[in-house]
Design a protein around this ligand. Structure first.
Ligand SMILES: O=C(O)C(=O)Cc1ccccc1
Length: 393
């Protein structure tokens, strides 16, 4: 794993509810002032003069920092720039490059702490990136939306556990675009403090997906499962609290980072345990036809016999292969999801279907299929068209 920052995870971006940072935490306020002012300048929005002065921002000028935050909140980046040169441009075919245009390392937000699988996925997609830990997925999404980072990485499905439903819902609730995917082989270890034996363990901590992927092993060992936010966070907790009765399910890298002993390796129920992660950005990439592309969409349909059958037929009749279909019930937050064409009014729909298919939006065949689907869909959004990860994970 590439060297990573040891900064604490980004917490709630507005600093209101964080256990890691509080509103009076100078580090958080300074970093938001600096990064967001850069974003504001790019957009031609005037920024407060004092923000270039660390001491001012940190010492006596929290008020100004907060004012600037309000300014950012009042100026959503999509809506406020009239100058076309300062508008964000679609990412080009260099979207998988590891640096931003000013030469600095690409910042990629992930949920978890140093050593999480999502961090490894970020580094696989963007070698030499600066992986930025976040406490929650929502924070990672917001970090992209507020120009603090360029990408977010999101685990979306696993070969053993299936879809990560909450993350499908997040895709809809936010307006980010899928610009890439990465498949990662997941090999879980049972970790514990030095001197602790398997027989000493009464409980095991990990991310719920990891616990589910090791169901058989953990049942055989008779351990109580305790869910935490991420696998590496579990390892960190076991190590920092010097727990003797609890182990963690996490990667061997997390074991190394937090100085834990590996009691058992490859404890997942199936050797072929692969997680698919999505890379998200503020703007879509320009789809190509030079390599295999995938497109992800979400849509809803009127109720009626055979509606889903008819919807999926638009792909079958054009020989377009589907790689994934997921249905999600309507949630209250989803009521807020906006159709691209409805001028900002909420649209109501009962069920959502998420479909991935093997084609690029640059492909006329795919455009025809979506044109056809639109005729029968009550809502349709393209989440992204991006190069397929055809590596062996
Ligand atoms: O907790 C982590 O390390 C994650 O990145 C989420 C996760 C958990 C289990 C398998 C793959 C990803």
């Amino acid at each position: 794993m590439a060297a990573s920052t040891s900064r604490p995870p980004m917490s709630h971006l507005r600093g209101r509810t964080s256990s890691t940072f509080s509103p009076s935490d100078p580090k958080l306020i300074t970093s938001i002032v600096h990064m967001e002012s850069r974003s504001l300048r790019r957009l031609g929005v005037p920024v407060l003069a004092s923000q270039n002065n660390d001491q001012n921002a940190v010492g006596g000028n929290n008020k100004k920092a907060i004012e600037l935050q309000r300014l950012v909140e009042d100026f959503p980046f999509e809506l406020n720039s009239k100058d076309s040169n300062s508008l964000p441009r679609p990412l080009s075919s260099t979207h998988f490059s590891n640096s931003v245009s000013d030469g600095s390392r690409l910042r990629v937000a992930y949920q978890g702490v140093h050593g999480a699988y999502s961090e490894t996925a970020a580094e696989k997609a963007y070698p030499n990136c600066e992986a930025v830990p976040c406490e929650q997925f929502d924070t990672a999404f917001q970090a992209v939306e507020r120009w603090l980072v360029e990408r977010a990485v999101l685990p979306i499905e696993n070969s053993l556990g299936g879809s990560i439903h909450r993350n499908y819902d997040l895709l809809l609730r936010h307006r980010l675009h899928i610009v890439g995917e990465v498949k990662l082989a997941i090999r879980h270890c049972l970790l514990a403090n030095h001197g602790v034996k398997v027989e000493d363990l009464k409980r095991v901590l990990s991310h719920p997906q990891a616990l589910a992927q090791c169901e058989n092993t953990l049942t055989k060992l008779g351990m109580v499962r305790e869910a935490v936010d991420d696998t590496a966070g579990a390892a960190k907790l076991v190590a920092f609290q010097k727990l003797k009765d609890a182990g963690a399910v996490a990667s061997s890298a997390a074991g190394r980072i937090y100085g834990l002993n590996i009691l058992a390796e490859d404890i997942q129920d199936d050797a072929d345990n692969v997680t698919r992660f999505l890379m998200l950005a503020r703007e879509p990439i320009i789809p190509g036809t030079d390599r295999p592309f995938k497109t992800s969409i979400v849509f809803s349909l009127e109720e009626g016999p055979g509606m889903l059958f008819k919807a999926l037929a638009v792909f079958a009749m054009r020989e377009i292969n589907l790689t994934k279909i997921e249905s999600r019930p309507l949630q209250k937050q989803a009521l807020r999801a906006l159709d691209d064409s409805n001028n900002g009014f909420p649209k109501y729909f009962p069920y959502l279907f998420y479909v991935d298919f093997e084609a690029s939006m640059a492909d006329q065949n795919a455009q025809n299929a979506l044109g056809h689907l639109k005729e029968m869909a009550t809502f349709l959004r393209v989440l992204g068209s991006y190069p397929a990860d055809i590596s062996m994970a």
